[in-house]
Design a binder for this molecule. Structure first.
Ligand SMILES: Cc1cc2nc3c(=O)[nH]c(=O)nc-3n(C[C@H](O)[C@H](O)[C@H](O)COP(=O)(O)O)c2cc1C
Length: 321
């Protein structure tokens, strides 16, 4: 049975879902219950300052934010936990899913899935901090979709608020088949609330996955939400049985432009130089561009100066509903 109180999470995506994006999204379209921040990690042994700035409460006002940490052992986890709790957070998500080869090879992200002895240390650490709540975001394995079976006992032994599963393995990165059979087995063995993550890009896709996984507690959406920012509120409406017309492409482009304009304004106020500004704003269209007419998307992608970029975005206003 599909519950109408599924929690909707915005997936963390480094370089895309930063504080500016999250705040603008919450204000303009909503539908997301919890915004997941991209991981905080160590740089030269210290928590990266840019990561900490992104989770600072003053740039995340009014949002339910779930900060995340990327670590290779319990020593790194302890330093990162202190840095995140110092910002006032008491719920931390543990990244066991990052497939980026340099991190994976060093045993971080999904590199931890094949290290049950480190996971035992992590479980002891979690138990030693009862004042905090932890959750896990993971894949089925680094290079084998059965790898989760080795660490399932330790995952089940921890007091976790939820476990988010992306049913791929690390070497697939973000493409290729989803291991749905392994996912079903994973769900049946997990003792914690389950959050599903992977390739949800339509309301129908979200409802199908909720029907397939009875008792599902939440859905996490990344690229689908960047491509279609109203998707979370559309899913919420569908779950509550509300009859709401699906926004047309033109209406969706109008939402994208509003979102873009707010984020662009923040960047123009804080960044200087065409190259810096363009390198920060162009990723906005990487997934959002799917809805744009081909010519408009190409003009934005090719713009080599702020003047050409703004002209290309302004041309897009012609298409809005
Ligand atoms: C560019 C990029 C950056 C990402 N950054 C993070 C991250 O910081 N932490 C994390 O747990 N997952 C990260 N992910 C994975 C996403 O959170 C999500 O699991 C993945 O995109 C699959 O979900 P989707 O199909 O809904 O996009 C990232 C993915 C991409 C493509």
């Amino acid at each position: 049975m599909i519950t109408d109180n599924l929690t909707i999470f915005m997936a963390p995506m480094q370089g895309f879902t930063d504080a500016g994006y999250r705040s603008a999204h919450a204000r303009l379209t909503g539908g997301v219950d919890t915004y997941c921040a991209p991981f905080v990690h160590l740089e030269h042994g210290e928590p990266r300052r840019r990561d900490l700035r992104d989770i600072a409460p003053e740039v995340n006002q009014g949002l339910t934010l779930l900060p995340q940490v990327l670590f290779r052992n319990v020593e790194e986890l302890a330093v990162l936990t202190d840095a995140v709790t110092a910002q006032g957070y008491s719920h931390i998500d543990l990244n066991l899913g990052c497939p980026f080869p340099p991190q994976m090879k060093r045993g971080r992200g999904c590199g931890l899935l094949g290290r049950p002895e480190v996971m035992e240390d992590v479980a002891r650490f979690v138990a030693s901090r009862p004042e905090l709540t932890f959750s896990v975001k993971m894949r089925l394995g680094a290079d084998d979709p059965d790898q989760w079976k080795t660490i399932m006992p330790v995952i089940n032994s921890m007091a976790l608020k939820h476990v988010t599963i992306h049913p791929r393995i690390g070497i697939q990165q973000y493409g290729g088949e989803l291991y749905m059979d392994s996912l079903t087995e994973f769900a049946s063995r997990l003792h914690h609330p389950l959050v599903y993550n992977g390739d949800i890009s339509t309301v129908g896709g979200a409802l199908d996955i909720a029907a397939k996984l009875p008792g599902l507690s939440g859905i996490m959406i990344g690229r689908g939400l960047l491509a279609r920012p109203t998707l979370a509120s559309e899913i919420k409406s569908a779950l509550s049985g509300e009859q709401r017309p699906t926004p047309t492409d033109a209406e969706e482009i109008a939402v994208l432009l509003d979102l873009h304009d707010e984020i662009y304004q923040q960047y123009t106020a804080t960044l200087c130089g065409d190259a810096q500004l363009l390198s920060k704003i162009k990723p906005f269209w990487e997934y959002a561009g799917a809805l744009l007419p081909h010519k408009a998307a190409k003009a934005i992608r090719k713009a080599g100066s702020v003047r050409n970029y703004e002209r290309a975005v302004n041309d897009l206003r012609f298409y809005r509903g």
